[in-house]
Ligand binder design. Structure first.
Ligand code: IMP
Length: 447
């Protein structure tokens, strides 16, 4: 059982009631990997459910289970807290093999996941979606250009595309409806035949895939239910609900740096549709921001550092992908992108993470504007080509030094670090009221 630490009593962690319901939403404001998991883990004990509403096994968060740090991809962060119901809502795409693997690991360590609720409407990532993902990336990069997205290879895009295509999509509820399942998988295999053939892949074996999916249904069937009804009942009876965003705003399929994005609405706007709750329930949005920027995969990144400083941030911040192990691209904090994400999500407050990683630099740079074709821009262009051509305009700031991991109050931070935070608040227009100064949950400043 997870030890509930002293910081759990802090007022700021309590969910906010809108009068009708009590919720908290945690979303990433950059390109992912902002440290959302740690915040969700701290907030979870104040809620009755932790809900994933988007993405799939492309997300990665580290959980400390009995002192051992482990990477999870699908199981919601709240799973370690007894009495908090983990929910995989309809907007999630589920790779059942990955989910079962994670449930097995937790069971081996004595953690009860019996209350896990899986939406019957959630899409299933079939093995052919992962093959399709790899094939698309191979074809996109075959002529040596940079069109490949650099996906996590988890079949996310093809699974969401199948959902939009409708009749061949397998939903979690279909795993326990053999007739529907057979029909859908047979049709999907038929439709994919020519693509797989042209891509030099082996023909799909529909029978084997159906057997595999039926076995998933036997294993996961008891968890599958109407999670929208479940959540609305919880909200209606005053139970606080925490929404856990995966991936992040700048990877949002509609509002991110398209086409270098993931395939779901990874911002707070994804919550109502992805969880099956009305927009009026989303009232307390915490945007998670790294003290610098990282990105993994392709796409524009105006404040990227290609020099020694970028390498230093990568090593200090251990910036390697949780899901793929890929080195992350690193750069200075981009306040233009941050302002965009704050507005888009209706962010109420910011959680600033990994401030400790910036300790030790004589000078820090913060991107405050872009220059495009000689003109100054104070907003993010909507077109990825334009964004890839902008030049970042920086404000230099004096760096700070020293070990921050033991600091528990904002006033005890070096004055330059306090100025850095105040500068972010001024530009973002919302308060920073959570500051991460180390990996452990205790290494946090709550104001
Ligand atoms: P996909 O979600 O696997 O299709 O990948 C699309 C893009 O989003 C790639 O650039 C990935 O590296 C990126 N991506 C997806 N999920 C995450 C995440 O959780 N953190 C960081 N990058 C992500």
């Amino acid at each position: 059982m997870t030890k509930i630490s002293s910081i759990q009593d802090t007022e700021i962690l309590r969910p906010v009631s809108s009068g009708r319901s009590t919720t908290t939403a945690v979303v990433g404001l950059q390109w992912g990997d902002e440290g959302k998991g740690k915040l969700v883990d701290i907030l979870a004990p104040h809620h009755s459910a932790v809900v994933r509403f988007n993405g799939g096994a492309n997300a990665g968060h580290s959980l400390v289970v009995h002192g051992e740090r482990m990477a999870f991809h699908l199981v919601p962060c709240g799973v370690l807290h007894p009495g908090v119901r983990p929910v995989l809502a309809n907007g999630v795409v589920i790779d059942p093999d990955k989910l079962i693997e994670e449930l097995d690991i937790l069971a081996e360590r004595g953690i009860d996941t019996g209350t896990l609720a899986i939406s019957d409407r959630a899409q299933i990532v079939m093995p052919y979606h992962k093959q399709e993902d790899a094939l698309r990336e191979r074809l996109l990069s075959s002529d040596g250009d940079t069109a490949a997205i650099g996906t996590t290879g988890r079949g996310i895009g093809p699974a969401y595309a199948e959902k939009a295509a409708r009749a061949t999509a397998v939903r979690a509820g279909d795993l326990v409806r053999p007739d529907v399942l057979r029909d859908r998988v047979n049709k999907a295999c038929l439709m994919k035949h020519s693509m797989f053939d042209a891509g030099g892949l082996d023909a799909l074996d529909a029978g084997a895939l159906i057997d595999k999916a039926l076995a998933w249904g036997e294993r996961l069937g008891a968890h599958i239910c109407d999670t929208s009804a479940l959540l609305n009942a919880m909200l209606g009876s005053g139970n606080p609900v925490l929404f856990e965003g995966a991936n992040a705003t700048l990877l949002d399929v509609d509002h991110g740096t398209f086409p270098f994005v993931t395939s779901s609405n990874a911002s707070a706007m994804g919550i109502p549709a992805g969880a099956g709750v009305a927009p009026r329930h989303i009232s307390n949005v915490i945007g998670v921001v790294k003290a610098y920027c990282t990105r993994v995969g392709g796409g524009p990144f105006p404040s990227e550092l290609h020099d020694k400083t970028g390498g230093l941030i990568r090593e200090r911040g251990r910036e390697y992908g949780t899901t793929t192990g890929r080195p992350r691209r690193c750069g200075w904090l981009d306040l233009v992108a941050l302002r965009y994400a704050v507005v888009l999500n209706g962010v109420d407050r910011i959680a600033l993470t990994l401030l400790d990683v910036l300790s030790g630099f004589d000078e820090l740079q913060v991107c405050t504007a872009y220059k495009l074709d000689g003109k100054l821009l104070d907003h993010m262009p909507s077109d990825a080509d334009d964004l890839s051509r902008v030049e970042a305009v920086y404000a230099p700031m004096t760096g700070f030094d020293g070990d921050l991991s033991g600091v528990r109050s904002r006033a005890d931070l070096p004055s330059e670090a306090q100025r850095y935070i105040a500068f972010i608040e001024e530009h973002a227009g919302v308060p920073v009221d959570f500051i991460g100064v180390g990996a452990d949950r205790e290494q946090s400043i709550l104001s």
